[in-house]
Design a protein around this ligand. Sequence first.
Ligand code: ADP
Ligand code: CIR
Length: 349
Amino acid sequence: MNYPNFPKDCRSLLCKYLTKEVFELLKDKKTANSFTLEQAIKSGVENIDSGIGVYAGDKESYSLFAPLFDPIIKEYHGFNREDSHKSNLNIDDLNISNPDPKGEFILSTRIRVGRNIDNMPLGTIISKEQRKEVERDVVKALKNLDKDLKGDYYPLLGMSKETQNRLIKEHFLFKEGDRFLESAGLNCDFPDGRGIYHNKDKTFLVWVNEEDQLRIISMQKGGDIKEIFSRLVKAIKSMEKSLKFSYSNHLGYITSCPTNLGTAMRASVHIALPNLSKDMKKFKEITDKYHLQIRGVHGEHSQSEGGVYDISNRRRLGVTEVEAVLDMYNGVLALIGVERGFYNIKGKK
Ligand code: ADP
Ligand code: CIR
């Protein structure tokens, strides 16, 4: 493999940190699962509009290819090589109330974590048989959930296109054919081994074998963040009784994409900010100040519709789960404050 040819306007962190020296140092290395540098960078090489551009094949990828991953992790999370990660899933430590009790701005709230099974290769290089084994083990663990977490598993294989598209449109299911995941090898054998579990009300969901082997999700209408966090924590704790998740003291929960390491948590609101979003400079100033990420209403790489945005915590590593939720909460309070100001100035309220 030769050093990739990045165009001049390429802005990915891969392009920034894969210097010729780093490339030479890493190009012939292989993890015990035979994951190579070429595989790690394929998504960013094929998709030059990537923000990040790299994926891991296993836990060892993060140490073997550290000269590439470390600066990317530092820039994304503000986390240094010497730092170590701490987890805090204690719901009593999250002392917050609904930031929008009258329901004027927040349409819905969702908190998800990514998880992968210990000692399994990640989805980028997992074999078809191993993927099925993961699916079997996860489905077995899900059967132990009770009360409001009780639900059913729906494999993608055999699901009608109509049902699949409805679930995607309603924000419950992952999209099909994401080109970033495709290049990373994460769509291999699709839809085999993939599926979705959910309770009756679709307030608790688990995605199986998408970008990570599990995405554990709690969501509902409105802004009751604490209730949503509590449901998620209860589910994680219950699933941990029968599944061992891949974890490192340095990097926290191990995920395919380095942006998800640590808590692997993304706490988001769908929020209507029709006035503030007319001034993208000001909007971005606030989101940067509170370490937030702006996405469109259909998730990553999608657009806003009608002034509604997906606002979430950006940092996931080097902060605890409680702190990650607080990043989102504090930022949302600030955004609502400014949006309200716009309303008052324009006399629209
Ligand atoms: P991830 O959350 O796993 O990073 P995406 O950004 O692709 O992945 O989002 C997955 C789905 O979750 C999308 O359909 C997105 O619109 C939906 N979603 C995210 N946040 C919320 C929210 N607060 N309320 C409702 N749906 C949401
Ligand atoms: C990219 O590099 O744009 C994709 N591989 C997605 C990266 C994850 N996105 C993010 O900012 N959390």
